[in-house]
Design a protein around this ligand. Structure first.
Ligand code: NAD
Length: 422
């Protein structure tokens, strides 16, 4: 679903500019947020299984380290480009500030369709990419994590490569690792769990009864699949889900456990068949008759082309940047509440923070502790954003940016100002 000449970085800048105007932000503070601190573009040459050499393009962008080391995932996707990674890095800066964890923002990516690579090729790609970005990552500098098409296994390869080159084990260089090598319990589900916490708060704030609320979820990977599983486990009705091949719909609620077993065995949603379940397109999913819509796939899914047809009362943005600026305006006019990505999907980076803290202290926490602290941080962040939204009569997205920008610029000022060393 591509809107007209969509550029995620321009989308980010447009929201940032509106928030800066709302806040009457100092021009120096505003300028410092508009540009990433560091952009690295690398070549990733690897030997393919047939003996040929292919060179892929890779990126790592550090948007801000004002509040702590940079933090952000690594994405493997054929459409990854510098502007997308720059936008994703900036969103990480704002997200870490909204939930008030001591990190700045970063993001990385490799322009590759990983489904076309063998496992051995994927390992070589990951190791080579790691060596290329090695000068700028590290537990005190910049800590990668999983994002679209990367997972704990990929993080383990990154950790191993970084550790080999440093001559000792450095678990804190990445988060989202398998638990056996320093990962945190609760990290895999953390983003999806956080999404369900925020969705529950949105329902409460709008006097909606969870038992009768219908939910549609686009994207059924780490985030969407986990969120669907938790909603379903809580007895809530998930009526539509999708992956990149299309979606499934049942107005009485879908058998999420069965669909998860099917997709987690590597199968695609287009091949799932069961009586009473209808196949739908992703466009039909986004515009279906539901109370809550949760995009969990990629950027720019809700655009000026479909925003007018959206029927949900609330959109909880689990993906990063799923709504274009134009769509946001249309949704606002329709009184659709949009809970922004930098709040809704922050659960992942919160538990990544817990993982990093455990790594640098050589401690392990149990699941109860992790989930209780995640819950506490997400509820506090929602409350802070909601309060600003009420006080200033602004949408939740604007309120979240205001909370984040205040924290980032305060950190810059305490450190002597954004241009103190010039
Ligand atoms: P994933 O690779 O595990 O899953 C992505 C899902 O989206 C898959 O089901 C895929 O089939 C589907 N998809 C891809 N393209 C699609 C399309 N054009 N239309 C419909 N569905 C499509 O990725 P993930 O980790 O679940 O991440 C999903 C989103 O959440 C991304 O925007 C990511 O940046 C964001 N996010 C992820 C995390 C995390 O911890 N993994 C944290 C914060 C934000």
């Amino acid at each position: 679903m591509k809107g007209k000449q969509y550029n995620p970085y321009e989308n980010m800048l447009s929201v940032l500019t509106s928030a800066a105007q709302q806040l009457g932000l100092d021009p120096a503070d505003y300028a410092s947020l508009c540009y990433p601190e560091r952009e690295l573009k690398v070549s990733v040459p690897i030997r393919m299984d047939d003996g040929s050499i292919q060179v892929f393009e890779g990126f790592r962008v550090q948007h801000s380290s004002a509040r702590g080391p940079c933090k952000g995932g690594i994405r493997y996707h054929q459409d990854v480009n510098m502007d997308e990674v720059k936008a994703l890095a900036a969103w990480m800066t704002f997200k870490c500030a909204v939930v008030n964890i001591p990190y700045g923002g970063a993001k990385g990516g490799v322009q590759v369709d990983p489904h076309k690579l063998s496992r051995e090729e994927l390992i070589r790609l990951t190791r080579r990419y790691t060596t290329r970005i090695m000068p700028i990552i590290g537990p005190d500098k910049d800590i990668p994590a999983p994002d679209v098409n990367t997972n704990g296994e990929v993080m383990a390869w990154i950790m191993d490569t970084y550790s080999m080159f440093n001559g000792h084990c450095v678990p804190g260089v990445v988060t989202g690792k398998p638990v056996e090598i320093g990962g945190s319990v609760g990290r895999v589900e953390a983003t999806g769990r956080g999404v369900t916490i925020i969705t529950a708060e949105c329902m409460k704030a709008n006097n909606m009864n969870p038992a009768s609320t219908t939910i549609a979820i686009q994207g059924f990977g780490n985030v969407g699949g986990t969120a669907a599983e938790i909603f379903h486990g809580n007895g809530q009705k998930v009526i539509a889900v999708s992956d990149y091949t299309g979606g499934l719909y049942c107005s009485d609620g879908l058998p999420i456990d069965e669909i998860l077993t099917f997709t987690r065995s590597g199968k695609l949603m287009k091949d799932f068949e069961k009586e009473g379940i209808r196949h739908i397109t992703n466009d039909e999913l986004l515009t279906c008759d539901c109370d809550i819509l949760i995009p969990c796939a990629l950027e720019n899914q809700i655009t000026e082309d479909n925003a007018d047809r959206i029927q949900a009362k609330i959109i909880v943005e689990a993906a990063n940047g799923p709504t274009s600026v134009e769509a946001d305006e249309i949704l606002q006019k329709k009184n659709v509440i949009v809970c922004p990505d930098i709040l809704s999907n922050a659960g992942g980076v919160v538990v990544s923070y817990f993982e990093w803290v455990q790594n640098i202290q050589s401690l392990t926490w149990d699941l109860e502790e992790v989930n209780a602290m995640l819950n506490k941080i997400m509820l506090k962040a929602f409350d802070e954003v909601y309060t600003v939204s009420e006080e200033r009569s602004v949408p939740l997205r604007m309120a979240a940016y205001i909370v984040a920008i205040k924290r980032i610029t305060t950190a810059c000022k305490l450190r002597g100002g954004p241009i103190s060393l010039a």
